[in-house]
Design a protein around this ligand. Structure first.
Ligand code: 26Y
Length: 813
């Protein structure tokens, strides 16, 4: 196809003419993007086919990572990088008059996820392919990704994210690999030839059509697959519905209801209809994914008893837990296996990652909903529950409390986390602290029952996207200082420690940070019309908006600082730019009030000449993967200030660290492990520890009002939320925030941590004044970030959970 810059230029220009009928001089940026991405897909196509062929020949064990979210972002840049042709293409395009970075902006973000869990899935795909594992993604091709956020008058407004509008150059529709997924109906049970037969009648069939996206690994011609499923009406049902009712409109409404299954990512589930749709989505993913995996397995011609040797099914949180009863259904009803045989296979094939201990995020479905929508699957869940409860009872007949506490079915609900633990051979948390909390508290009874299943796999991030691609100047500097080994062995970054106090190296690190800050400042001015000073501290909090993440603590500190500077304008303070990015779930009203508050504070601060040479506040709308790639390399300070025990891991914390930002954070999630590597010298830790928080939850004793009365600073900032003044007026409804703190006793301990946060922020400032000291710490952060590369995490999943090895090792064997 093309082998060097000149042949690339030739092929590219010819394709422009051949495919779009446009000569180079008339091409638009969109044309260039379309042709370029098409060429790249084709370029990788040979490797894609060869990888699959190789898997088949070697009868390789395949891992399938099931996730309702894949927040992959843009692919052009990372694909070019992983194929090793980024520089060549950049130069070639530039000689043709085009700037690659501008062309990358043409691509819509594939925003098929909410936050951390979805981005983790995307990082894992990149690492699986780059480390040459046979591991694939299985997800839903939502027509609309996570909503597009607009800020209007300071409020979040949600618009549909029609990311497919311009087409998706990376996907391949594979209609020939469609499967049928069945909903509703009733189960006929009969006894036939010595066994029970279960047949579902009058079901509604939906056709699941896969779209495959190549997942290109770094440097080895290894290409895996992300298979995303789309729901369509089936031919037969189309005919049936139309002829049965003799009513074309009935067909249209059936068609709409089918297509709605893959229409939106997590539609609002506060209403019954939304809940039902989410359950449908989950089963749709599990059933479609599993059928296609088993089809491939059957081609091997092996008995089903060898399924666990050839296939590993991983569920990303409880969302795809229906995989367990669905596999049981297929093995029993279609493969005629006994319950025990089927259970043994299922239990040795499925593994589960838990991402949260927040009770509201632990999924529970109304029993009647599952029973109606999935009658046969529900029968299987009942039987799993019955057997599990009998086992518990047999072990300890007097302890019926324990049984009802651990049961899968209880309070007219199906408890998905219980089903996931009972049905899988491995349960992992996502950071050391999180796993300990699961074992000792949240899931203690399950840990006591199945201690061997529980393990920790601390999250990671792909350094290819988050450093090499997002921060090319830093990549360049690192490679010219310690060589390229870190690219394939990220822990080699540790060698940068030797340069931490080298003033020449520090200067270069500083220049790169300034360069990135200037770029971000230009973006901020363009988008928000606010001029910010690249010499100020860029203090950044970007993540989903949630009470436990405590964006509120950050804002209260800003209001406090505002008062301090106003009262004493000549005070010597290091200028700061506070940068926020966050989406709130559409139905999470309190979170939306916090967005409004940030924007109101920004408005007041940025327009007050008494303070605005010392501080600015910016809320960047529509936080997304590609925006993160602009923001993170420009950050000086990373805010990781969740209530200790609440953030399972966090992965943004790792991205900032890798780009040389210092962290102000609580001892929560993976911050604890970052601190273990960095020590007190290179990280700003404050606030309650997780065991203190958990103790308060258990025994009470926290009184937010008492702090309010003791600390005049707290009183003042809280009153600002409700008293008529620069920040508050009746229509802004900040009373809700005020109430959540004072009348609902501040469930996230914002006030309790306020004092230590404020004084730690002062320490940050003092440190920033000493440039050499700051840069030293910044370099130490980069040096220690290699441990958090997802390649490392994936190696642990591979060897300890999935029991697979990289394909190259197997070939050499
Ligand atoms: C039940 C449903 C509404 C639901 C939907 C999405 C529940 C949870 C989620 C998403 C959870 C999530 O993103 N969790 C994050 O996972 C990251 C990767 O492990 C962690 O780093 C992060 O701490 C955790 O909040």
């Amino acid at each position: 196809m093309f082998t060097d810059k000149d042949s690339f230029k030739k092929v590219f220009s010819e394709s422009l003419i051949g495919e779009l009928g446009r000569p180079l001089e008339e091409a638009t940026g969109a044309d260039v993007y379309k042709i370029l991405s098409g060429l790249i897909r084709e370029y990788a196509g040979k490797d894609w086919a060869a990888t699959n062929q190789n898997y088949k020949l070697q009868q390789e064990k395949q891992v399938y990572y099931f996730s309702m979210e894949f927040l992959i972002g843009r692919l052009l840049g990372s694909n070019l990088l992983n194929l090793g042709i980024l520089d060549m293409v950049r130069e070639g395009l530039s000689e043709l008059g085009w700037n690659l970075e501008e062309i990358e902006e043409q691509e819509s973000d594939a925003g098929l996820g909410n936050g951390g869990l979805g981005r983790l899935a995307a990082c894992f795909l990149d690492s699986l392919a780059s480390r040459q594992y046979a591991g694939h993604g299985c997800g839903i091709r939502y027509k609309y990704g996570l909503f597009e956020q607009k800020i209007i008058d300071g409020d979040q407004v949600e618009l549909p994210d029609y990311w497919l509008q311009k087409g998706n150059e990376w996907e391949v529709r594979r209609a020939d690999k469609s499967v049928e997924v069945r909903f509703w109906g009733r189960v006929d049970t009969r006894y036939e030839e010595g066994r029970w037969v279960f047949e579902t009648q009058d079901y509604e069939a939906v056709s699941a059509v896969p779209y495959d996206v190549p997942v290109i690994g770094y440097g080895h011609h290894h290409v895996n697959t992300l298979r995303l499923w789309s729901a369509e009406s089936t031919m037969i049902t189309r005919k049936n519905v139309a002829s049965k009712h003799d009513d074309y409109y009935k067909f249209l409404s059936y068609n709409r209801s089918v297509e709605s299954i893959s229409e939106f990512l997590y539609p609002d589930d506060s209403q019954y209809e939304g809940k039902l749709l989410r359950l449908k989505q989950q089963y749709f993913l599990c059933s479609a994914g599993l059928q296609s995996i088993l089809r491939t397995f059957e081609k091997l011609g092996l008995p089903y008893t060898s399924l666990p040797d050839k296939i590993a099914l991983h569920i990303n949180d409880t969302h795809p837990t229906l995989l367990i009863p669905e596999l049981m259904r297929i093995l029993i009803d279609e493969q005629q296996m006994s319950w025990d045989e089927a259970w043994d296979i299922t239990n040795r094939t499925v593994s589960y990652t838990n991402h949260t201990t927040l009770s509201e995020a632990l999924e529970k479905w109304p029993t009647s909903m599952v029973k109606d929508l999935l009658p046969r699957v529900f029968m299987i869940i009942e039987e799993i529950d019955r057997r599990f409860c009998s086992l518990l009872l047999a072990e300890d007949p007097s302890n019926t409390d324990r049984v009802s506490h651990m049961a899968i079915l209880g309070n007219d609900q199906v408890r998905m986390a219980h089903l996931a633990i009972v049905g899988s051979y491995s349960v992992n948390g996502v950071a050391a602290l999180h796993t300990e909390i699961l074992k000792k508290r949240e899931m203690k009874s399950f840990y006591d029952q199945f201690p061997e299943r529980f393990n920790n796999k601390t999250n990671g991030i792909t350094h290819r996207r988050w450093l090499i691609h997002a921060n090319p100047k830093l990549k360049q500097l690192i490679s010219s200082t310690i060589g390229d080994k870190w690219i394939t062995e990220p822990t080699d970054l540790l060698r940068l420690q030797d340069y931490a106090s080298d003033s020449g190296f520090q200067t270069q690190i500083h220049q790169i940070k300034q360069h990135n800050k200037i770029n971000l400042a230009a973006y901020i001015e363009e988008k928000n019309g606010v001029k910010v000073d690249p010499n100020s501290i860029f203090d950044v909090q970007v993540k989903r908006l949630h009470g436990y993440k405590r964006q509120l603590l950050n804002v209260l500190h800003i209001i406090h600082l505002y008062h301090e500077i106003r009262e004493n304008p000549s005070m010597d303070r290091v200028p700061r730019t506070f940068i926020f990015g966050a989406k709130a779930a559409p139905s999470y009203y309190l979170a939306k009030r916090v967005i409004k508050l940030i924007n109101v504070v920004a408005d007041v601060v940025n327009n007050d000449p008494l303070v605005n040479d010392k501080m600015k506040v910016v809320f960047l709308e529509n936080y997304s993967v590609s925006l993160a790639e602009k923001i993170i390399p420009a950050a000086d300070l990373s805010e990781q200030i969740s209530t200790a025990s609440k953030e399972a891991s966090g992965t943004g914390n790792m991205k900032f660290m890798m780009n040389g930002a210092l962290t102000i954070g609580t001892m929560d999630g993976a911050n604890v492990e970052m601190h273990e590597s960095l020590g007190d010298d290179n990280m700003f830790i404050f606030g309650l520890r997780s065991d203190e928080v958990l103790d308060y939850y258990q025994h009470g004793g926290y009184d937010a009002r008492a702090i309010y009365h003791q600390d005049p600073r707290v009183q003042r900032v809280l009153e600002d939320l409700v008293q008529e003044g620069p920040f508050s007026s009746a229509h802004r409804d900040f009373a809700l925030i005020y109430d959540s703190i004072l009348n609902h006793n501040d469930e996230y301990f914002v006030l309790k941590d306020f004092d230590s946060y404020v004084s730690t922020q002062l320490q940050v400032e003092q440190t920033y004044l000493d440039r050499a000291a700051w840069l030293n710490k910044s370099i130490m952060n980069i040096a220690h970030a290699g441990r958090f590369a997802s390649d490392f995490t994936i190696d642990q999943y591979a060897s300890e959970i999935w029991r697979i090895r990289p394909v190259h090792e197997l070939i050499m064997k």
